[in-house]
Write a protein that binds this ligand. Structure first.
Ligand SMILES: [Zn+2]
Ligand SMILES: [Zn+2]
Length: 450
């Protein structure tokens, strides 16, 4: 699937927010860039005042298929991704059945290829059935057609230190990475909201920062001890940022992500008792949000990952105590980062491209480095390239974004099958105008193109 044969001439786009230029896309690649390009037979798109970014890459998406197709499918989830400007998403393993064998990850990979609107990279489970007692078939998943390189029990923590060590050792053979959902289970038994002033006011069981930070500290030490690669999912506390900063200063192979919601929302929203704000890890304090923004700005936190977690209405629109944890995020991620990081002057558009495309592509082994091999196309045995610079020779994975737009978030208009967006009713800046996957538009004029 390398384009549909139709060439596109994009006029006056601003790569990374810089000076306007024309981009010519053909046969899946950017083939020319410069002022005043012309191409006979090409479709022409006027992109004046639009920022061009490399297609976004999400390291952390829950697509729910197989098993919970009432909440999301690979088709609807990848459509939501395309509308958010993504050209690749990593699909978490906590499906039913769990993605813990070559067969299941290949099924998810094939469903993504069939949907065709966004590359789907399956994440493999670390432990069989996510039960935390024995390693899943990591090598078989790595060798499968899905070429899995990221492994995670996300939703659950690999809390057993011996298993975590073994997993880190195992993936070294094929340049894999273990993505940890850092949550010490005993310290969070029955936890509902951030432990602090708000949990006291609400009378809900608190979720202490140390439950996250203790696991991150342990895993950084384990990764250093075995010389392997650790990725920390959804960092949510100021203390976690400090620990990761320290681990990186030692030169250890530790990377980290933060979600859009943890960059913008705080735990005082829980005062409403509206479970739309119930999420794992929980929303934290203003001081935590400030530290997360600073950590993302200075590169301590490598990237933004959505943790898009769609839930059917019956699981979410209920009492706080029994409601499911999680929020949707694919369709609003870039706009939230715009509000939290760009409008505040903490990142420019080049920084956004780095944190939402280049770095997550590198962590997911989609940037052409490492042992995976890569190609512009979508073949078994090689990974599609993402996160590359906007220049001739790169695959034509692009998002065109209108930074001057602004609108109220309405989940009723989202492609996701679920409606649990915490940003519903909020005015957010920006609008994804177009997304191109290997030269073929998946979104045009802000709407699905295919
Ligand atoms: Zn998680
Ligand atoms: Zn998750």
């Amino acid at each position: 699937m390398t384009g549909d044969g139709q060439a596109w001439l994009i006029r006056n786009a601003r790569p990374l927010g810089g000076v306007p230029t024309d981009l010519l896309l053909n046969d899946g690649f950017i083939v020319a860039a410069g002022r005043g390009l012309s191409a006979v037979g090409a479709q022409v798109m006027d992109a004046a005042d639009l920022v061009a970014l490399p297609g976004l890459v999400d390291l952390h998406t829950h697509l729910r298929e197989p098993g919970r197709e009432d909440a999301e499918t690979v088709q609807t989830g990848t459509q939501a991704a395309a509308l958010g400007g993504f050209t690749a998403v990593h699909a978490m393993a906590n499906t039913e059945p769990v993605a813990d064998t070559a067969g299941v990850v290949e099924q998810i990979w094939r469903l993504g290829a069939q949907a065709g609107v966004c590359d789907v990279r399956p994440v493999g489970a670390v432990t069989a059935g996510l039960d935390g007692s024995r390693l899943a078939e990591l090598g078989a998943m790595a060798d499968s057609a899905a070429r899995v390189r990221v492994f995670s029990d996300d939703g659950r923590c690999v809390s057993d230190a011996v298993l975590m060590r073994r997993a880190l050792e195992y993936v070294k053979a094929f340049d894999g990475v273990i993505a940890q959902h850092a949550q010490e289970p005993r310290l969070t038994d029955g936890a509902q909201v951030n432990e602090g002033e708000i949990s006291g006011v609400l009378g809900l069981t608190g979720w202490p920062a140390v439950a996250e930070e203790a696991i991150i500290a342990r895993d950084c030490l384990l990764a250093a001890h075995v010389g392997s690669a650790l990725h920390v999912c959804h960092v949510s506390t100021a203390g976690s940022v400090e620990i990761i900063r320290w681990a990186k200063s030692k030169g250890w192979r530790v990377t980290a992500e933060v979600t859009p919601h943890h960059l913008l929302l705080t735990d005082d929203l829980a005062v409403s008792y509206d479970p739309i704000y119930k999420v794992n890890p929980p929303l934290r304090t203003h001081a935590d949000v400030e530290a997360l923004r600073a950590g993302l700005a200075d590169g301590t936190i490598d990237c933004v990952a959505t943790d898009h977690a769609p839930h059917a209405a019956e699981d979410k629109e209920t009492e706080w105590q029994v409601a499911a944890f999680g929020m949707t995020g694919l369709e609003t991620a870039l706009r939230v980062v715009h509000a939290a990081m760009v409008e505040t002057g903490l990142l420019d558009w080049a920084g956004v491209a780095d944190r939402m495309s280049a770095r997550p592509a590198a962590i997911g082994r989609l940037d052409g480095s490492g042992t995976l091999g890569a190609s512009g196309s979508l073949e078994a045995g090689a990974a599609p390239l993402h996160g590359r610079p906007i220049e001739p020779g790169s695959p034509a994975n692009l998002v065109l974004y209108d930074p001057a737009a602004s609108s109220t978030v309405d989940p009723a208009g989202h492609a996701s099958r679920s409606r649990n967006s915490p940003f519903a009713g909020m005015v957010l800046p920006g609008q994804v105008v177009a997304t191109f996957l290997r030269g073929t538009p998946t979104v045009l004029d802000g709407k699905l193109a295919r």
